[in-house]
Design a protein around this ligand. Sequence first.
Ligand code: ZN
Length: 510
Amino acid sequence: MKSYFKPITRRKFLKKGVTGGAVMATLPVWKLFSFSSPPSDFYVNPAVNLSKETLEKLIEIGLQKGGEFTEVYVEYNVGNRISLEENKIYGAGRGVDMGVGIRVLHGEKTGYAYCDDLSFDKLKQTAEIASYIAAEKEMRKPVGLKSSKVPSYYMVKVSPDTIVPQDKAKLLWKANSVGRDYDKKVNQVNVGFSDINKKIIIANSAGNWVEDVQTISRLIVSISAIEGDKRSRGYAYKGGTLGYENYDLKVAEELAKDAGRMAMAMLPAEDAPAGEYPIVMAKGHCGTFFHEAIGHSLESDGIRKKTSCFWDKKEKMIASEITSLADDGTVPGARGTINVDDEGTPAQNTVLIKNGKCINFIFDRLNAGLMKEKLTGNGRRESYQHYPLPRMTNTYLMAGKDDPEDIVKSVKKGIYISRIGGGNVTSVTGRFVFSVPEGYLIENGKVTKPLKGIQLMGSGPEVLKNIVMVGPDLEIWGGGTCGKSGQAKPCSDGNPTLKVSKITIGGAKV
Ligand SMILES: [Zn+2]
C-alpha cells in the first residue's frame, strides 16, 4: 500500500520522530528556526563508522553458532520536514537516528538484533543475540571483507540537509501565493518540503563491504477549491533522489499551477457512472496501479510461500503480448532509486514480465538463496531496526508502440484516468480497489467531462490480460512510500499511455 500526498501533520511527524528510534530527537520549531547556518550534525557524519576489523569481528561473532550468513548494517539518518498550511509555517522538524542491525541467516530462519549504541560491547552483544538463531557445532568461516565501489544513480549536488529551513520556507511561500492567486475559488493551500539523508554501511560474511550516502527529497503542493456545495482538490509534487539544486521558486510556481489546474478541473466534476468500461490511463500518473496490483504479487516472499497469485507462473503467459513490466532501481534521480539495496547488492533493472510472459521475480537475499535464484538488488529495509524484505524500487509498465492519440480515439465510451489514487490490494488473489482523484469521461474518442467518485475494481491478473494498447511515452513520475509488513520504504513507478479493454467502475452512486 502506498500513501502519496498526505501532507504529514506536525503532530504526526513529531510522533514518528519519537517512535522512529531511541536516539531520534526532534527539535521544536522555534529552535529549528534559530539556525542561521547549516546544522552541525550534517548527515555525512564521519563519526558514524566502524573499522574493517570491527565489522569482521562482528561478522565472526554472528557466525559463532553455525549460522550460514551474517550481515552488519550501519545507518545514520537525518530527516527534515517543513510545512505550510493556512498561510503560515505550520510545522518543521528535524530527526536524527542512528544504529546498527545484525542479521544471521540459517535456512529459512532469521536472527535479527539491533542497537543504537556504537560501543564495541553493545555491538558484540547484538551480534551474539542474532547468532542464537543457529545451534550447530561447526562454525562457518567468513570471507575477508573486500570493499567495493557503488555505482551512482542519484542526482544530488547540494544536500538538502545543508539548506537552512528559512530557505526552504521561501519555496513554500512561493507555492502558497501562486496557489492562492490561481483562482478565487481556491480556499486552501498546503505545501511541504521534506528530505531524508542517510549514510549506510553494509558488510557481510560473503566478503561484501559497501557504503552509500542516500538522499530523498520532495516538494508537495495540495490545493483545495470550493464553489457552492462543490469541493475539489488538486495536488502536484516533485521528488526523488534529488539534491536541493533541483528545487527553486520556478519549480514551486509550476507545482502550484499544476495543483491549481487539477483542483479547478475537478471542481465541476459529475458523479461517475457505474459499470464495465474501457479505461485509458495517462502516461506517468498511473504507475501506482502496476506497483500495487501487480508488483507486490511478484515479490519473492509471496512466491516462495505460495501466497501470491503468481507463485506458479514463472515462464508462463500472465499478460497480453504487448505487456512488459520492469522494476528498475537505476533510474537516475527517481524516488525508488538506489545505488545498492539494503543488503549491499547493486541496484539493477529487472524485467519481470516480458511480452506477457512472467520471467522473473523481485528478490532479496533470503528468498533468492532459498529459491536458488539470482539476487535482483531488491533487499530493502526501513531502517536498522528492520530486517530486509523483497521490495520494489521503481516499477513501471514498459513502453509500447501505439500512438497515444489513437489510444484515446479508439474508445467510444470509457474512462480517462489522469491520476490514480490510493489502492487496496490483496496479493493472494490480486483483487483491487483504487480511487481516482482525476478522471474524465471519454465520449466518441474524446476526453470530455470530469468525473468524481471513480472507483476501479477488479483483479491484477485479469487487467494484465486486458491491456490492449500501449504507447511509447513511458514516464516515471513522483512516487510515494510503500508499506509492507510494517516497514515504510520510498519507491516510484511509471507507465506509458495505455488502454485496458474493460475494468469495472464502482461509480460515485454505488
Ligand atoms: Zn506498495
